[in-house]
Ligand binder design. Structure first.
Ligand SMILES: *[C@@H]1O[C@H](CO)[C@@H](O)[C@H](O)[C@H]1NC(C)=O
Ligand SMILES: *[C@@H]1O[C@H](CO)[C@@H](O)[C@H](O)[C@H]1NC(C)=O
Length: 354
């Protein structure tokens, strides 16, 4: 028994020493690529965009809006009721950047959504890029809904007020897929100079040709994966069908735990430039849904899972426009004082949609 324990300790010490050594090296090499502090800030935005109470989100008073990101002003909040999508654009004073965040899927069951991912086809040619194939559904979620025009309009307004400041695009899961299409759209169609994309637990969205175009156009991209999160493994990567397979774009940063029993260390591994580093998330089998829902200790799901339900104070509605399908956009000028509604007082006035 004593011997076994000794052996376990020895292995453990070795693992820790090894991983620390590696982590130190990683920090030296990659500080210009991956910034942990920025990741923690952006994951908070990716979490906040799940909030169903639009009053709290629009006025930036939700519980998830607290903490790291107080200095933020929403410029536009867009809800595509038809396709159950949500996103916002705003300006972060501390980062001096425009932030764009997209919500992940709100389908009735995350399990069903994940099962569907196995069967997604590469069924759309990315416009203007020979042989670059993507999944139509992900592409259309950004390109063929009310989301894109609202985002572009908000960026235009933000630029009029703040000039050419950097744009940071983020999202979790399906929202990460939308963030990547948004990032490349801003580069290709809108000549945005400084675009960074950071996604959390996003699925694959296109083939190797697309990944290569993407990497050239939006090199400042970090695709964070968490331990055994199942979603980054989907749609599957078929090593033996290079023409047919999905292929991630770089650069992955893989978060995983090392250690035994109660002593667990978090490692953040900056992966290679291929997008499909076999020593990162691909070195484990992706089997976990719970690893999909929490990144950096931050919850990435809705408080009311499984519905597209939203809650909105009628007084907020005056900031909005609504189309015939019920989709709406709430806009405000960021320099004007934010209306601070007393949430206690407005509960009775809430109208519930969907
Ligand atoms: C990382 O990001 C934070 C927040 O944007 C910034 O304050 C810090 O200077 C960055 N660190 C590096 C090494 O770039
Ligand atoms: C784009 O969206 C509209 C409205 O939702 C729909 O009618 C149209 O068929 C879509 N376009 C394509 C090519 O799917």
């Amino acid at each position: 028994m004593g011997k076994r324990r000794w052996l376990i300790s020895a292995i453990f010490i070795y693992l820790i020493a090894f991983s620390f050594g590696r982590e130190l090296r990683v920090k030296e090499d990659h500080s210009s690529i991956y910034n942990h502090t920025l990741a923690q800030i952006l994951v908070s935005y990716a979490s906040a965009v799940y909030v169903a109470d639009l009053t709290e989100l629009f006025t930036w008073t939700c519980a998830r809006c607290d903490g790291l990101i107080k200095e933020f002003e929403v410029i536009e909040l867009v809800v595509d009721i038809q396709h159950c999508l949500q996103g916002f654009v705003g300006v972060a004073k501390d980062l001096n950047a425009i932030i764009i965040a997209f919500r992940g899927t709100q389908e009735h069951s995350i399990m069903n959504w994940i099962e569907d991912l196995y069967w997604k086809q590469l069924d759309l040619n990315y416009p203007g890029m020979d042989d670059a194939m993507v999944h139509r559904g992900f592409y259309y979620a950004y390109h063929n809904t009310t989301i894109r025009p609202a985002v572009l309009n908000a960026i235009k307004r933000a630029k009029e007020l703040y000039g050419e400041i950097p744009i940071m695009v983020t999202g979790h899961s399906m929202g990460g897929a939308m963030a990547s299409f948004c990032g490349i759209d801003l580069k290709v169609n809108h000549e945005a100079q400084n675009v960074q994309v950071m996604t959390f637990g996003q699925p694959r969205v296109g083939n190797a040709v697309f990944a290569s175009y993407y990497n050239k156009l939006v090199p400042k991209t970090i695709r964070v994966t968490n331990d055994r999160d199942i979603v980054p493994h989907l749609p599957p990567y078929y090593y033996y069908f290079p023409q047919k397979t999905y292929h991630h774009f770089p650069r992955e940063v893989w978060l995983y735990n090392i250690g035994l029993e109660s002593l667990v260390y978090k490692i953040e591994k900056v992966c290679d430039g291929t997008g499909e580093d076999p020593s990162c998330s691909r070195s484990v089998t992706g089997t976990s849904i719970s690893d999909h829902l929490v990144y950096y200790g931050v919850e990435l799901m809705s408080g009311v899972p499984g519905t597209c339900r939203i809650v909105m104070d009628p007084r907020i509605a005056e900031y909005g426009t609504r189309d015939l399908s019920g989709n709406f956009v709430l806009s405000r000028v960021p320099t004007t004082p934010v209306i601070r509604l007393n949430t206690e007082a407005c509960i009775e006035g809430r109208s519930e949609l969907n």
